[in-house]
Design a protein around this ligand. Structure first.
Ligand code: G1P
Length: 298
């Protein structure tokens, strides 16, 4: 089989963002600003860094500011150019030049599996990445890039492609908020886990392991057929986890213990922590922010 490359990345972004009300009443969650750019831009930059050239955003009602954000803004560019604000002009331009971005609507929020299914025609018959924009992964090598490398390695050694799921160990009952992997370490690479089965949001005490699926996936195109075959699962939704579990009947699936730190920026507490950590690391804002934080009476 010819070696397949990961060229396309799907971003499910149609959710209502209820965990973040009231901020998300009229603003898409994906457009909340983390330090100096919207959440979704972090994910898009990560996908581009991993070699993806086509970004597919699954959107819904009230989400058009995302489209404006990644579009060329002729008025803004003309105004900055007229004032010779070249550094700002470069920032504005670079966002619209990140990648080819296409949008597809998810008319009803029927679950993550359903959201991914909306991209079926645009993805076609090739493996692709999925990034959940709430999960911000801070890593020296972008998380999806690490996973694409693992995908390429397993494809070369097995002679066929396999889906790869970003994974991390979470403590105690926190696992009940995630997809959970029943898996064993894979001998070929210390970061790879051979998945036996998986369960979405296990009830506390029933989890097969503490290995959670995070919002980073590389999926083979057979996943679409699997999503079409599943019935509503946890929370009455069409769950991507259930479709990947069905994929295990046909193909190998791996977990991947990524290097880095994930922030759940879809949660208010997680968003605050991400803000402080990323602000401290920011090349321009970080030094002053650190100095100010040190004077802050805690
Ligand atoms: C989704 C997936 C879940 C995964 C999680 C990662 O859940 O269904 O399997 O572990 O993302 O963030 P959600 O956070 O949408 O409830």
């Amino acid at each position: 089989m010819a070696h397949m490359k990961i060229r396309k990345a799907v971003f499910p972004a149609a959710g209502m963002g209820t965990r973040f009300l009231p901020a998300t009443k009229a603003t898409p969650k994906e457009m909340l600003c983390l330090v100096d750019k919207p959440l979704i831009q972090y994910g898009v930059e990560e996908a581009v860094a991993a070699g993806c050239t086509e970004i597919i955003i699954v959107t819904g009602r009230g989400k058009t500011t995302m489209e404006d954000h990644f579009d060329k803004s002729s008025e803004l560019e003309a105004s900055l150019a007229a004032k010779n604000k070249t550094a700002l002009l470069e920032i504005a331009r670079s966002v619209s030049k990140l990648a080819k971005i296409v949008y597809v609507r998810q008319p009803e929020a029927l679950g993550l599996g359903h959201a991914v299914l909306m991209a079926k025609e645009i993805v076609g018959n090739e493996p692709f990445a999925v990034l959940l924009p709430d999960d911000i992964v801070d890593a020296s090598t972008p998380c999806m890039k690490q996973m694409v490398e693992a995908f390429n390695e397993t494809q070369a050694s097995n002679g066929e492609m396999s889906s790869i799921l970003g994974s991390e160990v979470v403590e105690g009952d926190a696992i009940s908020a995630y997809g959970c992997l029943d898996c064993t370490p894979d001998t070929s690479n210390p970061r790879l886990l051979a998945v036996k089965t998986m369960v979405e949001k296990p009830a506390p005490g029933t989890q097969p392991s503490q290995n959670a699926i995070i919002g980073r996936y590389i999926l083979t195109p057979r996943i679409f057929e699997m999503i079409e075959g599943i019935t509503p699962g946890a929370g009455g939704e069409l769950q991507l986890t259930d479709a990947i579990k069905a994929l295990l009947q046909h193909e190998k699936v791996y977990g991947y213990s990524y290097e880095g730190k994930r922030h759940d920026a879809g949660d208010k507490q997680g968003f605050l922590r991400a803000t402080v950590e990323l602000a401290l690391k920011h090349d321009k804002l970080g030094p002053d922010f650190r100095a100010w934080l040190k004077t802050f009476p805690l």
